[in-house]
Design a binder for this molecule. Structure first.
Ligand code: BDP
Length: 678
């Protein structure tokens, strides 16, 4: 009888353990059972909730040697970091704080899961940035701006009473890759988030995240004093307004003593801000800095500002912020998108990096694939993140990379930070596409250590998420590493940008013009195609955006011969018959790039299909069907762009390139119903 029951149990469990792979475990795919080491093999002092989590993780999952977890005040210089050392017959993890110990435990588990050696360890880890933060663009009604993995994880209606188990899973996943901060709500912020009711809900999340080392921040609406507080205006120099923010900050800190601070989108895309009252960004940011300062909070003030003016959109943030350099309080950080336009598949880096010499700067990346095929396309973003971080701005001489400007190396800063817009939603696998999990993972790993290579990060992720079998790891890694360039090729090669369908930004719409709309939201503004050529002239003869770069970059980008070809159409209006470095004309080069993009996606389909035996059925099929969409979309992009641009180049599509399968007129009729304003 006993046996019989056991059989039934096994029978019931088998389908779940072998076949049901919904991706919900992310890269933390340890078996559920407690099969780690026993409590007596872990030496530690004190009882602290974070330490308890660290011990629990070890007891559930660590199959190696006995351990000691040791807090050590002399390790303060490592910040949230830790050391792991093999000492005689045990492993000793030391850190200044308990959170460092937890990070050390996840490091060990990563070594175990990737089948790396855990003997003779002598590891020292120190994070590249102090604040490693996700920005959720989640609205209070449960929708997510630019979210492609379902509705928001935050169930505002249910909070503060009903608590989803996913809140803690979310915290654990972030802690496992070193993310230590989160902005819960959309930068297009509802003033309601600061109401008492909502703060009580936020408190519940903050309490759950705290033992995992994660601090909560909020996006705030600049008009909150007026809209929520009923004041006459929200002028930052109005004493009543200042008092309102002070009281609000105090109220928040009473409820959430370790509250991180505010993220602010002001005077951008219709959001209110200090300029509504003739004040500057510094006036607005400093007022908020002042009220948060007594409790150690910070302000992340976004530099993503532009308005429909005659000025090249790519120049506007620089023009507004450079004159304010040195005017910001010391707990204000200017948060700058990687490129000067908007999270395009490839942009030149944002010239504001390095240009603010007396103001701390931080990068904002976008993990959610607003401009990269949503959760349908497989695009591994570590190479994009690295491209930005490794860009040399020359601001303080050669070697002034964006990483070194923002991590405190070149500009000693009180606090350093790095952020990214999350791709997380309530989908079972969190991110829609299984491979989009890798982008969340990669952001966390790079925020912790920006010198890791894209390859190293992909390698870890694949092994932990799928299998460490090299027959799988190698081809999947190649696919991931080339995937960003592939997307650039089939969408916007050679520095083309923002030729997306307006509003949803999913498919191509190079014909999109601004009749009745805003020029700076229209593809023709960005590609400038005409009989002569293609591309945006940002040299001296054009918008002169090149002048915003430090020498020698201003000259390098200002000269068509020295501009890297992957940005040539970003900086120049290039004649159709211009000879590229490989001898092809611009038109031919463009055609081949689109074709390469399509071919690569077809190759990814083959790569994936032969790997079927290594992957559970659910995840295999899910990725396979999305690759089909990606392949179709790539052809759609290629046909739309080549057929449209051909009207200007009047040149034939090179002979050995696959013929278009669409009519331009049919493609122009496609109207996806995906909503959104710009
Ligand atoms: C753009 C998005 C828009 C955001 C805006 C921002 O299209 O939805 O609100 O950026 O970052 O990429 O504020």
């Amino acid at each position: 009888m006993q046996n019989f029951k056991a059989y039934i149990l096994i029978f019931l469990l088998i389908p779940f353990s072998i076949f049901a792979e919904d991706g919900s475990k992310l890269w933390l795919r340890f078996p559920n059972a407690k099969n780690g080491i026993s409590a007596d093999k872990i030496i530690s002092k004190g009882n602290n909730p974070t330490l308890e989590i660290a011990k629990k993780e070890l007891m559930n999952h660590w199959k190696g040697q006995a351990l000691e977890l040791r807090t050590d005040k002399s390790l303060k210089h490592l910040k949230d970091g830790y050391t792991i050392k093999s000492i005689q017959n045990r492993l000793v993890i030391s850190a200044e704080k308990e959170i460092g110990l937890l990070y050390g435990v996840y490091h060990l588990l990563r070594l175990q899961e990737t089948k790396s050696s855990t003997s003779n360890l002598n590891i020292t880890e120190k994070p590249s940035y102090d604040v490693r933060i996700l920005n959720h663009w989640d609205n209070l009604d449960g929708t997510i701006e630019r979210g492609y993995a379902g509705y928001s994880l935050w169930k505002w209606e249910d909070l503060p009473n009903k608590i989803s188990p996913r809140y803690e899973e979310y915290a654990r996943a972030n802690a496992s890759i070193g993310i230590n901060a989160t902005v819960l709500n959309n930068v297009n912020a509802s003033p309601k988030i600061l109401s008492k009711d909502y703060l009580e809900k936020v408190k519940v999340l903050a309490d759950i995240f705290r033992p995992y080392g994660i601090k909560v921040y909020l996006s705030v609406n600049f008009s909150s004093p007026k809209v929520l507080g009923g004041l006459e205006n929200s002028d930052p120099l109005n004493k009543d307004v200042q008092k309102w923010w002070k009281n609000k900050a105090n109220e928040i800190y009473k409820i959430i003593p370790d509250f991180g601070g505010f993220l602010v989108k002001a005077n951008s895309e219709g959001q209110p801000g200090p300029q509504d009252y003739g004040r500057t960004h510094a006036d607005g940011a400093n007022m908020m800095g002042d009220v948060l300062k007594p409790n150690g909070g910070i302000v992340m003030w976004r530099a993503f500002v532009y308005s429909p003016s005659k000025e090249d959109r790519a120049k506007q943030a620089y023009l507004e912020f450079v004159p304010l350099d040195g005017k910001f309080k010391d707990n204000v950080i200017v948060q700058i998108k990687n490129g000067p336009v908007d999270f395009q598949p490839r942009e030149a880096f944002n010239p504001l990096f390095g240009a603010l010499k007396k103001t701390p700067e931080m990068v904002e990346f976008q993990i959610t694939q607003e401009y990269l095929g949503f959760s349908n396309h497989l695009v591994y973003l570590a190479p994009l993140f690295k491209e930005t971080l490794d860009s040399d701005t020359y601001s303080d001489g050669k070697g002034s990379t964006i990483a070194k400007i923002t991590d405190g190396t070149l500009r000693p800063a009180k606090l350093t930070a790095i952020s990214a817009v999350a791709n997380i939603g309530e989908d079972k696998n969190w991110t829609g596409h299984h491979f989009a999990q890798a982008n969340w993972y990669a952001f966390g790993r790079l925020a912790w250590n920006h010198s890791l290579s894209s390859e190293q990060i992909a390698d870890e992720w694949i092994k932990m998420t799928f299998t460490y079998n090299q027959e799988f790891v190698k081809p999947v890694k190649e696919m991931m590493l080339s995937s960003r360039e592939t997307a650039v090729d089939y969408m916007m090669p050679l520095g083309l940008h923002h030729i997306f369908a307006s509003g949803h930004h999913y498919g191509p719409e190079p014909w999109g013009d601004y009749k009745g709309g805003r020029p700076d939201w229209s593809p023709v503004y960005y590609h400038q195609a005409n009989e002569k050529g293609l591309g945006f002239d940002r040299t001296k003869s054009g918008s002169n955006a090149v002048s915003q770069y430090f020498p020698p970059l201003d000259n390098i980008y200002g000269n068509i011969k020295t501009t890297p070809e992957n940005l040539i159409l970003w900086f120049h209006h290039v004649p159709w018959d211009y000879k590229m470095k490989d001898g092809k004309t611009l038109w031919e080069e463009l055609s081949y790039k689109y074709d390469t993009g399509v071919k690569n996606v077809r190759d990814y389909q083959k790569t994936w299909d032969v790997l079927q035996k290594f992957v559970d059925e659910d995840r295999f099929k899910s990725v396979q069907s999305r690759l089909k969409i990606q392949a179709k979309d790539a052809v759609w992009w290629k046909d739309a762009c080549l057929l449209y641009f051909q009207q200007f180049s009047k040149m034939p599509i090179p002979y050995d390139i696959e013929r278009p399968v669409h009519e331009l007129e049919d493609l122009k009729k496609i109207k996806l119903n995906m909503g959104h304003h710009n």
